[in-house]
Design a protein around this ligand. Structure first.
Ligand SMILES: Cc1ncc(C[n+]2csc(CCOP(=O)(O)OP(=O)(O)O)c2C)c(N)n1
Ligand SMILES: [Mg+2]
Length: 639
């Protein structure tokens, strides 16, 4: 690396430069980027995950070896996984920090697409560096290249465009000078953040350029706290004044804005119950009679009832997806009104809400003061009603969900009950797809700093184990529990090897029920026939997958990747395994056999998944009728 100081014709120094390859410049640049909020500084890019192939081994691989001392390299075993790890890390770090991910040309890069979508949908910053085909084209068409017959400049990496919040292809070295600052800006913008993709052609990664030295000076990207508009606050106070049955929906934005104390103070001061979305679980950190737990399709019946009758819904930091709004069927008061507090106007205006486009913490502080000044007070009757509804649900949980049904295996509800009992402050549970996220949404006690990371924006099978690693990388203390269905485990167990490699302590609970049972439940409710949702062998007579359950030894599989394993059948055995796993410093996998078709009770909130409109099957015809009745009863179009 030559450090050049140039002089212009008058003899003045103009700029010193560093001659580096594109990949080397990228590595050096990423090492000195910082995020900052409220005076707290973080390394924005903590390291780089990657799988090398011909597309990046001589470019980024070489650069990481030579200049990557301060940008640790991690080795995943599937490119999709590394993006999930980066997302989960970013989430645990409240979006202040993330990882970069490098992948080789072609399949290595397209393997990241699912991860890219998951990050963008969940608004989690990740920096993706897919490799791309030669810019020079001396080589003709190369291995793994898509030969598009009419668009010669299209590559498979163009598939990242709709999944990214920022996309650029660096086809000349100097483009890094504009591409990278824009990438960092988007990563640290709370509204725009998501997957940021910089496509790096293989040859360009190794091309050299005289980069200005100041490009590698440390840079801090400050994350702003946007203040609410004063007039909107007054309008919101007017709505609060009229409201008799207000409800707060707390979403992930409460966490990202660190608005926990402000939310608790606001809810308690004005007597407003709080239901939490998947991402918003744990928003109310202290136990309170106002905590309704999870809200929506997989929420508690208590939250469902309060939502159905609410006349004012204050949605804070939520995207208001169908699971939260019951496919727009959860709010049944004829005159229900909405206030949307969100950093993104896109979300704040949803459901025709009065929008407060602001940082959640700042908005709550200002709204609190304004509501107090307006003399708004809690209603005793409403508080009593909320407490009663909540107490009824608590009795159901203790009295039936956590009880063993004689003659059956334990239920998933019981598994969560045991986990709830075992979990301590600082522990985190991770889930994403299958039955676990919904049941945790309903049953997990997230008070007392027992954290929960549910990825339910994309609900991506295969997110869970890589995400467990991401959470562990972000927080060295506390247990990291990954709760994963058997189907999901089969889809992507291999990051257990990375966990071992990095000596990351994680405990994976594989819930074994021999099928995609949450989908089978939906199928029975909407089609009425079990088909293709259980792990059964082919039946010679029917030519369908409905013969015996296929044997799978999950513990042996996990053991083969270096995990310590347990196979448990009862609550007692599960409790013992969890206690032992807490003491074990490596990767633990507990396989818990549960009753196949024993489900946790529903919330009573509608979810619009339509049965077939025409069918010869009388069972499905009946279900279609019920579906149409439910839709007519619950669903109103709200603009
Ligand atoms: C990548 C991906 N493919 C398909 C789905 C649709 N899906 C949602 S849950 C589920 C079944 C998961 O099975 P398992 O992990 O065994 O959990 P269980 O349903 O038995 O609780 C499927 C296939 C998905 N969410 N993600
Ligand atoms: Mg299963």
């Amino acid at each position: 690396m030559a450090n050049k100081v140039r002089a212009n014709k008058n003899g003045h120094k103009v700029s010193s430069t560093l001659r580096l390859t594109v990949a080397q410049a990228l590595v050096k640049y990423l090492q000195v980027q910082y995020s900052e909020r409220d005076g707290q500084s973080h390394r924005l890019i903590a390291g780089m995950f990657g799988i090398f192939g011909h597309g990046n081994v001589a470019g980024l691989g070489q650069a990481l070896f030579e200049y990557g001392q301060d940008l640790p390299y991690y080795q995943p075993f599937n490119e999709q996984s590394m993006v999930h790890t980066a997302s989960a890390y970013a989430r645990a770090k409240l979006r202040m920090s993330t990882y970069a991910c490098t992948a080789s040309i072609g399949p290595g890069s397209t393997n990241m697409l699912t991860g890219a979508a998951a990050s963008t949908i969940n608004r989690l910053p990740v920096l993706l560096l897919p490799s791309d085909y030669y810019v020079t084209r001396h080589q003709g068409h190369v291995l793994q290249q898509l030969e598009h017959p009419i668009s010669a400049d299209v590559s498979v990496n163009d598939a990242f465009r709709p999944l990214s919040r920022f996309f650029d292809r660096v086809s000349r070295p100097e483009q890094l000078l504009t591409a990278l600052p824009e990438a960092m800006r988007v990563l640290t913008d709370p509204v725009e953040t998501g997957s940021v993709t910089i496509s790096l052609p293989q040859d360009v990664q190794a091309h050299a350029y005289d980069f200005p030295a100041h490009f590698f000076a440390p840079h801090t990207w400050r994350i702003e706290r946007r203040q609410p508009d004063a007039q909107r606050i007054q309008e919101a106070v007017a709505l609060l004044k009229e409201a008799k049955r207000p409800l707060i929906i707390a979403g992930g934005g409460v966490h990202y804005a660190e608005a926990w104390d402000e939310l608790q103070a606001f809810a308690e001061r004005f007597g407003i119950p709080v239901g939490e979305t998947f991402s918003g679980k744990g928003s109310l950190r202290k136990e309170s009679t106002l905590t309704l737990g999870g809200l929506g399709v997989t929420g508690t019946p208590a939250a469902g009832r309060i939502a159905a009758e609410a006349d004012l819904v204050i949605a804070i930091g939520t995207r208001l997806t169908d699971f939260t709004t019951g496919s727009r069927g959860a709010f049944n008061d004829a005159n229900v009104k909405f206030i949307g507090i969100n950093i993104a106007g896109f979300d704040a205006y949803k459901l025709g809400a009065l929008p407060i486009v602001a940082d959640a913490r700042e908005a709550l502080r200002v709204l609190h003061a304004a509501a107090e000044a307006a003399g708004i007070k809690p209603s005793k009757d409403y508080l009593k009603k909320v407490a009663n509804v909540k107490a009824e649900w608590d009795r159901t949980v203790k009295g039936s969900i956590y009880q063993q049904v004689p003659g059956e295996a334990m239920s998933q509800g019981q598994v969560i009950g045991v986990l709830n009992k075992q979990a301590k402050a600082g522990d985190t549970v991770v889930a994403a797809a299958g039955g676990p996220p919904g049941d945790l949404h309903k049953l997990w006690d997230a008070t007392g700093d027992r954290k929960l990371q549910i990825e339910f924006g994309f609900s991506c099978m295969g997110y869970e184990i890589p995400a467990g690693l991401g959470v562990r990388l972000a927080q060295p203390d506390g247990e990291v529990y990954v709760v994963v269905g058997d189907g999901t485990y089969l889809m992507n167990p291999t990051e257990l090897v990375t966990a071992n490699q990095e000596h990351l302590k994680v405990t994976v609970v594989v819930v074994e029920n021999h099928g995609y049972q949450v989908i089978r439940q939906l199928q029975m409710n909407r089609a009425g026939r079990s088909f293709g949702t259980e792990f059964r062998a082919r039946d010679a007579k029917t030519n369908r997958l409905e013969a015996e359950y296929v044997p799978i030894d999950f513990a042996k599989n996990a053991e083969s990747m270096g995990a310590k394993t347990w196979h448990v059948f009862t609550e007692k055995e599960l409790g013992k395994a969890l206690t032992e796993a807490r003491k074990y410093q490596g990767v633990s996998v507990i396989v818990a056999e549960i009753e196949k078709h024993r489900y946790v009770p529903g919330s009573g909130v509608f979810w619009d998944v339509a049965s077939a409109e025409v069918t010869e099957d009388p069972v499905t015809q009946e279900l279609r009728k019920a579906y149409e009745e439910d839709r007519a009863k619950f669903q109103r179009l709200l603009y």
